[in-house]
Write a protein that binds this ligand. Structure first.
Ligand SMILES: [Zn+2]
Ligand SMILES: [Zn+2]
Length: 233
């Protein structure tokens, strides 16, 4: 049965989305990606590609946000196909692989985040959208990160209070309005240092709104960790 399934839905690389060869199928990466995982270079700002300071962002970009720091594991282009297979085709094996690579990225480049974080939370989907998709992709990433690093995952800490339009259809000003007061905090985060996880960091508006809600609820520090970022804007 598995062989038959493999024929129609062959296992694919969690980074580049290529179909894995028979010998590569023991893992979740193709040869090339396994040899050197194409992580986002630590010295490059995930938002503009400029030189980073100790926030994970460049001096310029980090000033525009409510959160203290941000970093991303991969350039968006590199993992675009894999994200698509995971999010829209529901290939969860890819999701587990990506979560594992995010954990490794933290262990390798941002141990300070692991030390600092009291609780990890994820950007919530509206319940209707989660039901439609069958899962929240960021939950899967966070569960894997938690397993590998021991970070505590507060699955329901953030909630989406109302339905919003897909951000990708809007311009930057509309994005802000669309998400204004869209997020609520359901648990006690007072005095806590929170690691906020998202899958794609584009303009940062979603993370910014989540961070604002967390600060309003008394969080001491909000740090962002994304699976991917565009890095060219
Ligand atoms: Zn690959
Ligand atoms: Zn920048």
């Amino acid at each position: 049965m598995k062989k038959l399934l493999d024929l129609f839905f062959p296992p694919r690389c969690a980074v580049c989305g290529e179909v894995l060869t028979l010998e590569e199928r023991n893992g979740f990466l193709c040869h090339e990606c396994a040899e050197e995982i194409p992580y986002f270079p630590k010295e490059k700002c995930p938002h503009c590609g400029g030189e980073t300071n100790n926030t994970g962002f460049c001096d310029f970009c980090v000033k525009h946000y409510a959160f203290e720091s941000a970093c991303a594991a991969f350039p968006y282009e590199t993992v675009r196909d894999a994200i698509h297979l995971f999010k829209y085709d529901g290939d969860k094996t890819i999701g587990y692989g990506l979560g594992e690579l995010m954990a490794e990225y933290l262990l390798k480049y941002h141990e300070e985040l692991l030390v600092k974080t009291d609780i990890m939370v994820s950007v919530p989907l509206h319940p209707k959208k989660e039901k439609f998709r069958g899962f929240n992709q960021t939950h899967i990433l966070c569960e894997r990160i938690s397993e590998k690093t021991g970070l505590v995952f507060g699955k329901k800490v953030l909630e989406r209070k109302r339905e919003t339009i897909a951000q990708s259809e809007l311009n930057p000003e509309e994005r802000k309005l669309n998400l204004k007061d869209a997020f609520g905090v359901t648990a006690d985060v007072a005095g806590k240092r929170v690691l906020l996880v998202d899958d794609i960091f584009t303009t940062g508006t979603t993370c910014n709104e989540c961070a604002t809600a967390l600060y309003r609820a008394g969080a001491q520090e909000v740090m962002v960790f994304a699976l991917s970022a565009a890095g060219t804007e």
